[in-house]
Design a protein around this ligand. Structure first.
Ligand code: HEM
Length: 108
């Protein structure tokens, strides 16, 4: 079954709007990748200041290929190349990896 990669972004309250606008502006940057299955940006309702960037992939290799390829484009060039990038809205990030062991969908 598929694998799930969740990027956990710590986002101060006052930066939420900036973060969401940046994601909206980059909509479309992952849909065409081989093995890509799903993306959701999850805004916390309570109890945490962490957004979850939920992505699901056919397999680990598909995710790694995206990370090494067009992920860089959707993240402004891949980091550390000088002062031109705007300051990140997120103050931290952590990558979580899961495999799907069971799933269900509503009956059609
Ligand atoms: C699990 C897969 C992903 C990983 C490992 C990842 C990695 C990261 C990291 C490390 C950051 C924080 C550093 C920075 O601001 O550049 C970030 C922020 C961001 N990512 Fe991703 N990302 C993932 C999925 C996605 C997807 C699918 C999209 C586009 C739809 C996306 C778009 C963005 C945007 C717009 C930011 C906001 C930068 C900010 O202002 O803080 N990311 N991502």
């Amino acid at each position: 079954m598929s694998i799930v990669k969740i990027n956990v972004l710590t986002v101060p309250e006052e930066q939420r709007e900036v973060l969401e606008k940046r994601f909206a502006a980059r909509a479309g940057s992952v849909e065409n990748s081989d093995g890509f299955e799903w993306f959701e940006l999850l805004r916390p309702l309570e109890g945490t200041d962490q957004y979850l960037v939920y992505t699901r992939w056919a397999d680990e290799a598909s995710f790694q290929a995206w990370m090494e390829g067009s992920m860089r484009a959707s993240h402004g060039g891949g980091g550390g190349e000088g002062g031109e990038r705007p300051k990140p809205a997120a103050t931290g990030s952590t990558l979580w990896s899961f495999e799907v062991v069971q799933q269900a969908a509503p009956k059609a």
